[in-house]
Ligand binder design. Structure first.
Ligand SMILES: Cc1cc2nc3c(=O)[nH]c(=O)nc-3n(C[C@H](O)[C@H](O)[C@H](O)COP(=O)(O)OP(=O)(O)OC[C@H]3O[C@@H](n4cnc5c(N)ncnc54)[C@H](O)[C@@H]3O)c2cc1C
Length: 368
């Protein structure tokens, strides 16, 4: 039997693992141990629903909050409301990833946890994957190791040379927040999303420029000095129950262009390119890319296409489906995080609603 090694068990890796057990032996390597929290706004675009339902990859869907409206506030606290054409739903990554992990195991995948891949080499039509646990060989490798990994360095991917200035912070809270709304609150050099997830909880997650943290040294101080200047954020922080002792944080979040195929490895999800978080679409992209990668890998293992054609087809489809959306996300992010630009975004949503809706649409795909 052919063997597929999937490096990284986030959404892209877990979905690919679930799909590919039908055609090969699947080994998924994950450096952490499930279940675990991640920095993520946890709003999933509805474009994923047909696919997730078809493959039975959604837990308790009827119980999850359905999100149909966007509230946008500017740095100085002006507010606009927008209906979302497509909308989304909320579920924590803690629950969703854990569910997909269990599903992958029951479908026959071998999931090796606490196992970090340290290098991938390709020689003579075969891969060797070195890890902190043992060495694996494989016919196909899918790289789903997220936005930034030590592996990017060993693979000499060009984007890792550039330092990225963004930091992400996430909390689960209990607060008064309408279940059909995702709110995006601007603050100086950043923006903060809030929407509901399972069990009446909400996710509060923000992205900010590193210089904010450098200036204020501690997250709590930065929140008080910078985020609280938006009155909506101040109200949220002061009137919510915070459910973690400390927030989940990540840094070095990069939106640089990457390549979907690197040294014969098919890159999936953020490893192939990350959409700016304000679009609320990174998870949909990761799931969709896993679907596309799984289809071309299946054709390759069934000997319907050569390796070269599998790689070409994947790169072409990836680019057709996602390149434009990633670009649009980078442009729209420029409307966030400054007083005048966030005011302009609020004005667009208030007085030029079709233009604002069109902009939102540029970052979304069609249901798949
Ligand atoms: C602040 C912020 C807010 C966001 N909010 C949203 C949102 O509301 N909605 C949305 O759709 N998207 C959002 N996103 C984007 C979304 O989180 C990502 O696009 C999505 O998680 C990508 O999934 P992935 O599988 O590619 O990567 P990940 O989910 O990051 O998974 C990668 C996995 O690989 C593992 N790994 C890394 N290196 C190795 C290695 N060498 N060996 C083994 N394992 C390894 C990691 O431990 C991790 O589990 C947000 C992102 C940020 C930063």
């Amino acid at each position: 039997m052919k063997r597929i090694v999937i490096v990284g068990g986030g959404l892209a890796g877990l979905v690919a693992a679930n799909l590919l057990t039908k055609c090969a032996e699947v080994i998924l390597l994950e450096k952490k141990q499930y279940p675990f929290h991640r920095v993520c706004g946890e709003y999933i675009s509805n474009e994923t629903i047909p696919f997730l339902q078809q493959h039975n990859l959604l837990p308790d869907f009827e119980q999850l909050p359905r999100i149909t409206k966007l509230w946008l506030t500017s740095v100085n606290g002006r507010k606009a409301e927008l209906d979302l054409d497509l909308g989304g739903f909320g579920i924590s990554r803690y629950s969703l990833d854990y569910f997909l992990f269990q599903k992958a195991v029951s479908n026959g995948a071998t999931v090796v946890q606490d196992c970090e891949a340290t290098s991938i080499s390709f020689e003579g039509n075969h891969f060797v994957v070195n890890t902190t646990a043992k060495i694996f060989d494989a016919d196909v490798v899918i790289g789903s190791f997220g936005k930034r990994s030590r592996l990017d360095k060993t693979m000499k991917r060009s984007f890792v040379e550039k330092k990225s200035p963004y930091v992400g912070v996430k909390y689960h809270i209990r607060t008064q927040h309408p279940s059909d709304v995702i709110a995006l609150h601007n603050f100086k050099d950043g923006y903060c999303g809030i929407s509901n997830i399972e069990e009446g909880k909400s996710t509060l997650c923000y992205l900010t420029h590193r210089k904010n943290l450098k200036e204020h040294k501690q997250i709590e101080l930065m929140e008080r000095e910078v985020l609280y200047r938006n009155p909506f954020l101040k109200h949220l922080f002061l009137n919510s129950e915070f459910l973690y002792d400390k927030p989940e944080t990540i840094n070095e979040i990069s939106f640089e262009t990457k390549s979907p195929v690197e040294d014969h490895v098919l890159m999936c999800g953020d490893a192939a390119g990350m959409i700016t978080p304000l679009c609320g679409n990174g998870m949909a992209l990761a799931i969709h890319a896993a679907k596309v990668a799984s289809a071309v890998v299946t054709d390759f293992l069934d000997e319907k296409v050569s390796r070269a054609d599998m790689e070409k087809q994947y790169a072409r489809q990836w680019s057709q489906l996602f390149s434009q959306r990633l670009w649009a996300g980078r442009q729209i992010q420029n409307l966030f995080g400054s007083e005048w630009a966030s005011d302009m975004a609020v004005n667009l949503a208030r007085y030029a609603t079709p233009v604002a809706s069109w902009l939102v649409k540029q970052t979304h795909g069609n249901p798949f």
